[in-house]
Design a binder for this molecule. Structure first.
Ligand SMILES: Nc1ncnc2c1ncn2[C@@H]1O[C@H](COP(=O)(O)OP(=O)(O)O)[C@@H](O)[C@H]1O
Ligand SMILES: [Mg+2]
Length: 362
C-alpha cells in the first residue's frame, strides 16, 4: 500500500463518500458522526468496553449489522491529536492477520473517532489479570498461538513495512483477541516510523513501565529491539500470568525477569507456568518459551534476536514437527523453593542472562 500522510487522509475524507473505498488503494470507510452516534447509542456508558490513555473505546453495531469498536478521543490537545494521527496513519497502511484492522475514522469539530473491527474476546489483560482470569479460557495451546501471532504481527511491522514501524507500547492490554482467540496487536498511538537504514532514534520515552527496554527507559534510544524486549516480557506474562511488575510486602517492586531468573538458574521451569493451567502444559515448550523470553529481555539490545528470528524460533518450538502436548504434568515439588528466594541471588537484570547466553538463536 503506498504511503499516504495524514493530511491526505483528512482531505480525501472531504471527497464524495463511497460506502467502501473499493476503487481506492486502501480499504477503509469514512463514517459520518451520525452513523457512529447511532451505532454506539450516543457513546452510551453501557457500550464502553475499554479505556486507555487516548480515550474511551465503545462497542457499536452499524446499520448493516456489523459489530465495531470506536475509540473516542478524550480531550483535544496537540498530544492527543498527534496520537490520533499516528494511529490512523499507521493502521491505515498495514494489513496483517495479527494486527487490528482499521475500518475507518471520523474527523470533525472536536471529535476524533477511530473505528476498528470489534474483538469479542477482549484483550490479553482481561484473561491474565482481569475479570476473565478465573475462567481460564486461555489453555496452553491458545497461549502458544497468541505468542506466535503477536510475534508475526511485530515481525511484519519491523521487517515488511517500509518505513519500518516500531510499536513502542507492546503490552497485554494492547493485544486483543478475535473470536478464535487469534492475537491482534492494537493501539498504534505511540508508533514510530523508521526510514530504511536508520538503526535507532532518540525520542521522548513513551510506553508502559515494566515493558520498557532499559536503553529506551534511560536514554530514549528507540529501535525495533525495544519492541523485542517488551515482547519478551509479554511472553513471560502470558505463560505465568504474573504481572510485569509486582509490589511485594514493604513496597519493594520486583519485575517479572527478576522473578523468573532463579527458577531458570535452578532449572525448575514448572513453577513458572500459570497455576491456573493446573499443570496442563507442554514442559518442553514452556522451557523453550522461557529461554526465548530471557534472550528477548537481554539488557543489551544487540544481544536480542530480531522478530524474524523470534518467529523462526517459535515455529521450531511449536511447528508441525513439534506437536503441542497438553499432558497433565504434575508439578514437581523436588526442591524447596519459595517466591522470595530471588533475593538471595541478588539479581539485577544486567547480570543475569546466563540463561539467555545458553540460547543460541542467531
Ligand atoms: N477493536 C476492539 N475490540 C474490542 N475491544 C477493544 C478494541 N479496541 C480497544 N479495545 C479495548 O479498549 C482498550 C483501550 O484501547 P487502546 O486501543 O489500547 O486505547 P488506548 O490508546 O487508549 O490505550 C483495550 O485494552 C481493549 O480492552
Ligand atoms: Mg492501549
Amino acid at each position: 500500500m503506498p504511503w499516504k500522510c495524514f493530511c491526505c487522509i483528512i482531505s480525501e475524507e472531504e471527497q464524495p463518500k463511497t460506502s467502501l473505498n473499493k476503487n481506492r488503494d486502501y480499504p477503509w470507510e469514512s463514517y459520518t458522526l451520525k452513523e457512529l452516534l447511532h451505532a454506539t447509542n450516543n457513546f452510551h456508558q453501557d457500550n464502553k468496553i475499554g479505556e486507555g490513555g487516548f480515550g474511551s473505546v465503545y462497542w457499536g453495531r452499524t446499520s448493516k449489522g456489523v459489530e465495531i469498536a470506536v475509540k473516542r478521543l478524550k480531550a483535544m490537545s496537540a498530544k492527543a491529536e498527534m496520537e490520533f494521527a499516528v494511529e490512523v496513519e499507521v493502521l491505515g497502511r498495514v494489513r496483517h492477520k495479527n494486527l487490528l484492522g482499521l475500518r475507518g475514522f471520523y474527523v470533525g469539530g472536536e471529535e476524533r473517532l477511530i473505528v476498528y473491527d470489534f474483538m469479542p474476546n477482549h484483550s490479553l489483560i482481561t484473561h491474565l489479570h482481569g475479570h476473565l482470569a478465573a475462567d481460564c479460557l486461555l489453555d496452553w495451546s491458545r497461549r502458544m498461538n497468541i505468542i506466535i501471532g503477536a510475534a508475526e504481527g511485530l515481525a511484519y511491522l519491523h521487517h515488511e513495512e517500509n518505513p519500518h514501524i516500531i510499536h513502542r507500547d507492546i503490552k497485554a492490554s494492547n493485544v486483543l483477541l478475535d473470536n478464535e482467540f487469534e492475537a491482534k496487536v492494537a493501539d498504534f498511538g505511540f508508533a514510530k516510523l523508521v526510514p530504511e537504514g536508520v538503526t535507532h532514534l532518540t525520542t521522548r520515552v513513551k510506553g508502559t513501565l515494566g515493558y520498557l527496554a532499559p536503553e529506551y527507559a534511560m536514554w530514549g534510544k528507540v529501535s525495533e529491539s525495544c519492541d523485542v524486549y517488551s515482547f519478551g516480557i509479554l511472553v513471560l506474562e502470558i505463560i505465568s500470568a504474573k504481572k510485569p511488575i509486582e509490589k511485594l510486602a514493604g513496597g519493594v517492586k520486583r519485575d517479572i525477569v527478576q522473578w523468573v531468573t532463579p527458577y531458570v538458574q535452578k532449572g525448575i521451569f514448572n513453577h513458572i507456568a500459570d497455576p491456573k493451567l493446573k499443570g496442563k502444559f507442554d514442559r518442553q515448550q514452556l522451557e523453550s518459551m522461557v529461554m526465548l523470553a530471557m534472550k528477548c529481555t537481554d539488557s543489551s539490545p544487540e544481544n536480542r534476536p530480531s522478530m524474524v528470528e523470534v518467529v523462526e524460533w517459535l515455529k521450531g518450538i511449536t511447528g508441525p514437527g513439534r506437536r503441542t502436548k497438553e499432558m497433565s504434568e504434575k508439578v514437581i515439588e523436588d526442591e524447596e523453593f519459595t517466591d522470595t528466594d530471588y533475593e538471595e541471588f541478588g539479581i539485577r537484570q544486567s547480570n543475569l542472562r546466563m540463561a539467555g547466553d545458553r540460547l543460541k538463536i542467531r
